[in-house]
Design a binder for this molecule. Structure first.
Ligand code: KG4
Ligand code: ZN
Length: 336
């Protein structure tokens, strides 16, 4: 049986990443060039700056990924690339590099949805068992996704306003933390208590949707009002209260979804899946409520944006022969 080597390219936001994946679940290399130092001072990702960095980095990342994988170009079976969702300028750099490389080396081009990639990061930990539920929590998305087979996604609930990661980053800003602040809030939260009791958006509603803007506004208003009155708030308690509110809603709705859809596996994916509080709470609650459902959480290094996950999702598309012609274009608002 021939081994399948796929080179995967990810450039949807502020990470330029290229990976080589063997047979869909073996990472031979996974180069991630972060641009975060260039965006930090602006408090968010600046699209024009991101595109320029991708142009500078992409070729180097590709040669590094091939070198580190210890393969030659002739070993490759396909080129997988993220074509959305994401920043249009950033996506176009990855797509153009992928097309050029595929054309020059006579390889099929496989378009991959970035969000499918996040879910498929789970495949490096454990084989997917269907039906399954995926909780996708990142800087741009918060969704519950139901899957009955490989490559088939049904979004059963999503955020009506801010994504969970976005709420973390905006709350981080009023707490005076640097962008992106999810990790730091997570660390502070473990030193504090839920003394401020912020609202749990939509927790009582009979659906699988989320809302985080009310929570975000509550934190921001409390901090601003305290400043005006020269009151001092406890930062670790603010972080703990905010985080508890996010986790309560995510865990409650996710477990409810797992029950209603009677799934065998729960995958947690996306940048916010790196959150220690979320990982720990889900583990405890799932074991208590649904002991037969297995929890799969990718290692922290594969929760944030990376090309390895795009290679894993690309492998499934490759097997289904879902290839694209040279007209492939960026789809900034692509959904699952
Ligand atoms: O998936 P990702 O790397 O990029 C997007 O596709 O959005 O997610 C980035 C988001 C940021 O909002 C960041 O603050 C958040 O993930 N994040 C965390 C943690 N680590 C990263 N949020 C909460 N707790 C963490 N430990
Ligand atoms: Zn992402």
């Amino acid at each position: 049986k021939k081994e399948i080597y796929i080179i995967a390219i990810e450039s949807s936001c502020d990470e330029t990443s290229v990976a080589v994946i063997k047979n869909g679940n073996d990472i031979l290399s996974n180069i991630v060039a972060s641009q975060i130092n260039s965006h930090k001072r602006f408090g968010g990702v600046v699209p024009e700056v991101a595109s320029r960095h991708h142009v500078e980095q992409i070729i180097q990342c590709m040669s590094l990924a091939i070198d580190e994988a210890n393969i030659t170009v002739s070993d490759l079976s396909a080129v997988a690339v993220t074509y959305g969702p994401g920043l249009v300028g950033s996506l176009l750099i990855g797509i153009t590099a992928a097309k050029s490389f595929a054309w020059a080396n006579d390889l099929p081009l496989i378009p991959v949805n970035h969000m499918a990639g996040h879910i498929y990061a789970a495949r490096f930990v454990e084989e997917m068992t269907f039906p399954l539920m995926a909780l996708l929590v990142s800087g741009g998305h918060t969704e519950l996704v139901y899957m009955t087979e490989h490559g088939e996604f049904e979004v059963i609930g999503e955020t009506r306003d801010d994504a969970a990661g976005e709420a973390y980053d905006k709350v981080g800003r009023v707490l005076g933390l640097t962008y992106p602040s999810g990790k730091e809030i997570d660390e502070l939260a473990h030193k504090g208590q839920d003394n401020y009791h912020f609202p749990r958006g939509m927790i009582k509603e009979d659906n699988f949707d989320f809302s985080f803007s009310g929570l975000k506004s509550s934190v921001i208003n409390l901090v601003h009002n305290a400043k005006q009155r020269d009151e001092v708030l406890c930062d670790v308690d603010l972080a703990a209260s905010f985080q508890k509110s996010v986790i309560d809603v995510l865990v409650d709705k996710t477990i409810r979804a797992c029950k209603v859809y009677d799934v065998k596996q729960l995958i947690v994916a996306g940048g916010v899946a790196a959150n220690k509080g979320l990982r720990d709470t889900l583990k405890i609650e799932l074991a208590k409520e649904l002991p037969n459902v297995t929890l799969v959480v990718p290692p922290i290094s594969l929760c944030g944006d990376n090309a390895a996950m795009i290679g894993a999702a690309g492998f499934v598309e490759y097997q289904k022969q879902h290839t694209s012609d040279w007209h492939l274009n960026a789809k900034p608002s692509l959904t699952l």
